[in-house]
Design a protein around this ligand. Structure first.
Ligand code: ATP
Ligand code: MG
Length: 418
């Protein structure tokens, strides 16, 4: 019997590993610019650590953890909680008032495996402990953006504020009142969660729930003064750093420990797995886990698999583009075909990838050839145009056409966009 790897667990082989190494070394380089230090943490932790931090009524703790029930230990589903555990255990707060830490490694969640969703996956995780200065929120998001930009991955940054223990309960009540009127139309998950965590209805993926909450009250209109001010400064700091973002009042993040600033880096290129990374502030968590009082924190985690998938897609597109023709020259009739013969050679001398048909095929057939070769432009030279010393240049991307002189320089400049 052949023994294969478990479903949702993947080998990373030579050929793929290079992209992993690139992501990891780029992350180390960018994180060091922001004065972050690396640490490595164990895979197993006491179950209680995650139950207490992430929250009992969250997807992760409810159904995604790999737990050895008899031993009371769990394979880490995320690393913020254990980062804090280590921070407290080793008294890192005493060494530096503000710690900037990051780690890279595998996480484990029992989810349905699909593209960009595995049971063992890897995260880059960065956290700043010991300050609630809104500038840090902006710096942390700017660091994530800088990393993605450096990797050439385009995403949008979405942001929300989840308020604090002072204003969130008030909002929660208001939201609950709103949801109660629509409870019959909500999915079973949202109904069940309405008593434990009604905010989750806001980011439910179910289309009917989405419709129902479309005009739910926004937490951003319900923040207390302290949270509203904090969020305002975060926003102006992002503007100052020229980091683009948009507000998303539906983003609540699935973990109990978040407060105030929360954010996600979103891509449109991975289907349903649109979050490349996410994070937020967790000002009460250190204290809750037995650490020193008033030790705020903020951080984010990015999924390495999703970053690597995006880079692979990028490489494929680049390869495809490299094979594509810049221009296909279609001469119609023997005279035009003669003129095109040396025109094509001149264009190739300029470095363009050029296709031509020597078999006297119809325009339709030549257009087909051009299309197949992925030509971005086609130059059509018919007898009428030839009489004027011109051809018709068609841009295949936007279908625009223009008359153009049969001059290799003029055509070359137009096609290469120089
Ligand atoms: P999702 O909405 O995709 O389930 P999440 O909110 O559960 O994501 P986080 O806990 O914020 O994810 O983890 C941060 C990042 O880790 C995600 O943005 C994603 O890139 C990655 N990630 C999370 N779960 C998985 C998984 N099962 N497989 C691969 N990557 C994952
Ligand atoms: Mg998840």
């Amino acid at each position: 019997m052949k023994i294969t790897a478990l479903n949702g667990f993947k080998d990373i082989l030579p050929g793929d590993i290079e992209l992993w190494q690139r992501v990891e070394s780029t992350a180390r380089e960018i994180f060091s610019r922001f004065q972050f230090s690396e640490l490595r943490l164990p895979i197993l932790e006491k179950t209680e650590l995650f139950a207490r931090s992430i929250g009992e009524a969250t997807d992760i703790v409810e159904k995604e953890m790999y737990t050895f029930v008899d031993k009371g230990v769990t394979m880490r589903p995320e690393t913020t909680a254990q980062m804090i555990r280590a921070y407290i255990e080793h008294g890192l707060y005493a060494q530096r008032p503000i710690q900037r830490l990051f780690t890279i490694g595998p996480m484990f969640r029992h989810e349905r495996p699909q593209l960009g969703r595995l049971r063992q996956f890897h995260q880059l995780d960065a956290e700043v402990l010991g300050t609630d200065n809104p500038r840090i929120d902006a710096e942390v998001m700017a660091m994530g953006s800088m990393l993605l930009e450096r990797l050439g991955i385009s995403v949008s940054l979405e942001m929300n504020s989840l308020g604090c223990p002072e204003c969130r309960p008030v909002f929660r009540q208001r939201l609950l009142a709103f949801l109660e009127e629509r409870m019959d139309h909500l999915c079973d998950d949202c109904k069940r969660r309405s008593t434990t965590n009604p905010l989750r209805a806001l980011d439910c993926k179910n289309p009917t729930c989405r419709e129902q909450v479309a005009d739910a009250p926004s937490i951003l209109d319900n923040l207390c003064e302290g949270c509203a001010d904090h969020f305002q400064v975060v926003r102006s700091c992002l503007d100052k750093l020229k980091v683009p973002y948009s507000l998303n009042k539906f983003m609540v993040r699935g973990l109990d420990y978040y407060c105030r600033t929360t954010f996600e880096f979103i891509t449109g290129d991975l289907g349903a797995q649109s979050a490349v990374g996410g994070g937020g502030r967790y000002d009460g968590l250190v204290e809750k886990l037995g650490g020193p009082k008033k030790t705020p924190g903020i951080g984010f985690a990015m999924g390495l698999e999703r970053l690597v998938l995006l880079l692979q897609q990028q490489e494929k597109e680049q390869e495809k583009r490299q094979e594509e023709l810049d221009i296909f020259v279609a001469g119609l009739g023997p005279v035009a075909s003669e003129v095109c013969f040396d025109l094509v050679h001149e264009l190739r001398k300029q470095g363009l990838r050029v296709g031509i048909d020597h078999e006297g095929k119809s325009l339709k057939s030549q257009m087909k050839q051009a299309d197949k070769a992925g030509a971005t432009h086609v130059l059509i030279v018919g007898e009428d145009e030839l009489a004027r010393g011109e051809g018709v240049l068609r841009n295949m991307t936007n279908q625009e056409q223009q008359d153009i002189a049969l001059d290799p320089q003029v055509i070359g400049t137009k096609v290469s966009g120089r």
